[in-house]
Design a binder for this molecule. Structure first.
Ligand SMILES: NC(=O)C1=CN([C@@H]2O[C@H](COP(=O)(O)OP(=O)(O)OC[C@H]3O[C@@H](n4cnc5c(N)ncnc54)[C@H](O)[C@@H]3O)[C@@H](O)[C@H]2O)[C@@H](O)CC1
Ligand SMILES: Nc1ncnc2c1ncn2[C@@H]1O[C@H](COP(=O)(O)OP(=O)(O)O)[C@@H](O)[C@H]1O
Ligand SMILES: [K+]
Length: 498
């Protein structure tokens, strides 16, 4: 699914209005009706809705929503800034309609303290939407601060007030802290970054029938990975196929004390479809790996750490988990990078070794995939002010070195040398445990070996990994789930694709 900027969303609204055609007031009504339906399905009629409205079309949505909820039998109060004189046309019409309904009281933002809310209250934030264009002023800032201190359920319409759709926060920015965000048609970039996404609570993208033609034709470099895309990438196994059709994967990993990383990566490669799987590990891990992964072939290199790297051209190599940073490992790894030309997958200590001498970055084979977490990324490419800037730096580096960057996070981003960005929305905080990254390396390497393109392997890989994490959390809880549970759940994830 494409992600658009605030300006592109405005253009999409406008295009829909002109070409469907639909009047702006009807479009607001359609958006509000969609929210009302969602609310009706999630709250019972004893709830009392306190709806806070701004002067733009986000406010118009709020006024319209308040009226619809009232007609559905909910108790509703509306709050506005009485000092506002400049309303958008749609907001003005809808406020007028509200004033004509005697059952809905209209109060000033300042009155919330005098009123005191019923304990069954639900707060609805319809103050600012995608039209926010500057830091919030003091009157609204005070309101949002007060609302944030109240313990009632909080719903934001389209976007929590105070967030920009497509960029990071201003310094000391105040943002409404939503439990649920009901957003129209599109994911917004700010929902997907840690500094801003934390204000959104659960995100629900509600279809409001904006022009499909516009959506198809409008260019964007930013995407959310959705299941439709994954179905397009996934290739079921042909009945007549044999192991030679599914590639040869070699995991180069492990050192004394970190053989588990090699085990996790190798098992993950096996469980995501690799035809023939090898593990190149130091001798100290031989018995462990052979016992727990009998399907893998083990190549021993070095005693306690890997001392040489294979140069088989028909294998796809995933290098790094638990490798250690011994100078001997580094020497032969760098030698390998200088001579090897096929795409590889690099994670963890492979990236830490490169970070010790970043000149070697340009020797990473073109179209390789690297999978840094934020700290590893920083070691490789330097620090940035926030995750939005980090992403832009990653785009630059991806192009410069001709490599795919899987920037791991709550919403991991896959960045391509062509400057495209794919945000992953599967996965959960139960995966925040040592070992999860090793599993991801195994999955992506295995997919690359099966002839998925680097873009497909990275996008499909992060999605599979997160989905397996979601299944594991459902069964075991986020606290108790283990990275090895992700591997066990891969089978159930593939089943939903078949
Ligand atoms: N345009 C359309 O047809 C549709 C718009 N929709 C709604 O409209 C919203 C966008 O509406 P608008 O573009 O009118 O924008 P908003 O309603 O988000 O806010 C814009 C208003 O707030 C003011 N403003 C911006 N930043 C401010 C600040 N920091 N302090 C004080 N005032 C500030 C602006 O001057 C303007 O008056 C969407 O988020 C969505 O909720 C939906 O109803 C769908 C259809
Ligand atoms: N809160 C979270 N939400 C979703 N995914 C997460 C979360 N925390 C971690 N993950 C995922 O788990 C993996 C952790 O990888 P990494 O940090 O390299 O850990 P390690 O290599 O120590 O296992 C990444 O794929 C990351 O996206
Ligand atoms: K809002």
């Amino acid at each position: 699914m494409k992600i658009f900027s605030a300006q592109q969303i405005r253009n999409c609204d406008q295009f829909t209005i002109e070409n469907e055609p639909i009047s702006p007031i009807k479009l607001v009504e359609r958006a509000a009706e969609t929210c009302a339906r969602w609310i009706e399905n999630h709250f019972n009629k004893t709830s009392e809705f306190q709806v806070f409205c701004g002067n733009g079309n986000n406010g118009a949505d709020g006024f319209s929503l308040a009226r619809i909820l009232y007609t559905k039998g909910f108790d509703v109060n509306v709050f506005i800034n009485e000092k506002n004189s400049k309303y958008s046309q749609e907001a003005e019409i809808n406020l007028k309609r509200i004033r004509e309904i005697s059952g809905i009281a209209v109060y000033d933002f300042n009155e919330i303290e005098d009123l005191g809310f019923q304990e069954n209250s639900v707060l609805v934030d319809s103050v600012f939407g995608t039209g926010l264009n500057r830091k919030i002023e003091i009157s609204v800032k005070n309101l949002i601060q007060k609302l944030n201190h109240l313990s009632f359920p909080k719903i934001s319409i389209d976007i929590p007030s105070g967030l920009f759709a497509d960029r990071s926060l201003e310094e000391n920015q105040i943002v409404f802290n939503a439990d649920e965000t009901l957003s129209f048609q599109f994911w917004k970039k700010s929902f997907l970054h840690p500094e801003t996404g934390k204000f959104c609570g659960n995100i629900h993208i509600l279809e409001i029938g904006l022009s499909q033609k516009f959506i198809e034709n409008e260019h964007s470099d930013y995407f959310v990975i959705d299941e439709t895309e994954i179905h397009k990438i996934y290739r079921p196994r042909n009945q007549f196929s044999h192991k030679g059709n599914f590639g040869k994967t070699t995991i180069v990993a492990g050192s004394f004390g970190k053989i588990g990383a090699a085990v996790l990566a190798t098992k993950a490669a096996l469980k995501s479809g690799s035809g023939i799987t090898f593990a190149r590990i130091p001798a100290c891990g031989y018995f462990v790996l052979q016992s727990v992964c009998p399907e893998a072939m083990v190549e021993v290199s070095g005693e306690n750490f890997v001392t040489d790297f294979p140069v088989e051209n028909d294998h796809v190599l995933g290098i790094g988990p638990g490798l250690g940073t011994n100078s001997e490992t580094q020497k032969s790894f760098f030698e390998f990078l200088k001579n090897y030309k096929n795409p590889v997958v690099l994670d963890a200590d492979a990236l830490n070794l490169i970070a010790q001498n970043t000149e070697i970055l340009s020797s990473i084979p073109r179209n390789s995939i690297i999978t840094p977490h934020p700290k590893e990324f920083e070691r490789l490419f330097g620090s940035t002010e926030n995750s939005f800037e980090r992403l832009e730096l990653a785009r630059k580096k991806s192009k410069e070195f001709g490599i795919y960057i899987v920037l791991k996070d709550h919403h991991t981003q896959v960045i391509t040398p062509e400057q495209k960005v794919f945000y992953n929305i599967t996965g959960n905080s139960g995966m925040a445990k040592g070992g999860s990254g090793d599993v991801l390396l195994g999955i992506i390497t295995s997919l690359l070996a099966q002839n998925y393109s680097p873009e497909e392997a990275a996008v499909f890989g992060v999605w599979l990994h997160g989905k397996a994490g979601d299944f594991a959390a459902e069964k075991n809880s986020k606290e108790a789930m283990l990275p090895s549970d992700l591997i066990d759940e891969l089978g159930n994830v593939f089943k939903i694709l078949a």
